[in-house]
Design a protein around this ligand. Structure first.
Ligand code: MRU
Length: 373
């Protein structure tokens, strides 16, 4: 997508051929700054501190992190260290493990002298594949939006509600939940997005609003608790959210609060779609509520809020009483029964075991072969 007219991705190889550039997402929306990652440790820290975040971008960042590690030392020991260091950064988005496994498979059986080049090639491919997957998701999701637009009278806008940031900032480009929105907007379909602010880190208010605004997509930031009210009053045509891990039976783990939106959508007959790139499917897990590890982050994210003062300073302030304990669960699970459909790169499918296995048979077969070996 474009930042101030310049085509921009969220991660790239710098011109020195030895480092990786990223957008520091912790500074948005008040400051747009890029950062250069030179080592495994810097890549791991960027994921942990959420300078890069969003399941697909976490995966791509980890892939480049393995490359940076191998550039300095291509030994088996360092490859293992890279894998374990990066795997420990964030527990919920399965794209991280998927990307690390892909990197391991691409370099493990090669001579040391070839490993860094092979790692760079696979990391670049992972990034390109992400862009292609998201564009395909966009095309399939666009049809859903077009169908709703066709029912509108007098050119009324299609209202989409989204949660957190499953936009281009969460991926290498296009976003997952936002890809259909950008394509619809570019096609001239009147579309408007309600962006949940998404406490505690406010990815909706800070990131989704920023990127929609830069692309010219009409949007309104709403407090997290507003969605149900809007749905009761017929102001939301469909919900599209992202996912950090989708199970074999179609349960969807996404940013905390997604489940409540799904409940409100079901109660009000609003379609609830999940944009799902296939690396986000975890066929080893069935019951998302019982089996997916939910990241718990530091209390300061709940106890404080960061924003810009009238005189332009960015400051953090405490919003809870001194000493009040807080809880910070970063994700929740929406059971498959509440999901209207999964928008994948291979089409819109039902959120159930049979549909997922039919759409991605090679993934299921690979798992069966690995179990036999
Ligand atoms: O904690 P974050 O900001 O990494 O969480 C991001 C989300 O929950 C996104 O919705 C999800 O990763 C899907 S991104 C296409």
């Amino acid at each position: 997508m474009k930042v101030d007219g310049k085509p921009t991705r969220t991660i790239w190889v710098e011109s020195d051929g030895r480092s990786v550039g990223i957008i520091d997402q912790t500074l948005l929306p008040h400051c747009y700054a890029t950062v250069r990652l030179r080592t495994l440790e810097e890549a791991a820290q960027a994921i942990k501190s959420m300078q890069v975040r969003g399941a697909p971008l976490i995966g791509a960042s980890a892939a480049y992190g393995v490359w940076l590690a191998l550039l300095h030392d291509a030994s088996d020991e360092n490859l293992e260290r890279a894998y374990t260091t990066l795997a420990a950064t964030r527990p919920t988005a399965i794209n991280l493990k998927w990307a690390l496994d892909e990197m391991l498979a691409a370099v493990r059986n090669r001579p040391r002298a070839e490993r860094a080049d092979a790692a760079l090639k696979r990391a670049n491919d992972i990034a390109e594949e992400d862009v292609a997957i998201n564009f395909a998701i966009g095309g399939h999701g666009l049809k859903l939006i077009e169908a709703i637009a066709a029912t509108k009278k007098n050119g009324e806008r299609v209202n989409v509600l989204t949660h957190c940031n499953a936009g281009w900032l969460a991926t290498v480009d296009w976003g997952t939940a936002t890809a259909p929105i950008y394509l619809a907007h570019d096609k001239g379909i009147p579309i408007h997005v309600f962006a949940d602010e998404t406490r505690p880190r406010n990815q909706g208010a800070s990131l989704t609003a920023w990127e929609l605004g830069h692309h010219g997509v009409p949007h309104t930031v709403i407090p997290d608790n507003t969605g149900g009210h809007l749905m009761q009053h017929g102001l939301v045509d469909l919900v599209i959210v992202g996912t950090d891990r989708t199970t074999a039976q179609g349960d969807v783990c996404n940013k905390i609060g997604t489940y409540l939106k799904a409940l409100a959508a079901r109660d009000n007959g609003v379609p609830f779609y999940v944009a799902l790139p296939s690396p986000t499917i975890d066929f080893t897990v069935s019951d998302g509520v019982a089996e997916i590890p939910i990241e718990q982050r530091g209390p300061e994210e709940v106890a404080t809020m960061t924003g810009k003062t009238k005189d332009g300073r960015v400051v953090s302030v405490q919003v809870v009483p001194d000493g009040s304990p807080v809880a910070n669960y970063a994700f929740d699970v929406t059971p498959a029964r509440l999901v209207t459909g999964l928008i994948t790169e291979r089409g819109v499918i039902a959120a159930n075991r049979a549909a997922l296995a039919k759409a991605f048979p090679e993934r299921v077969n690979a798992l069966k072969s690995a179990a036999k070996a």
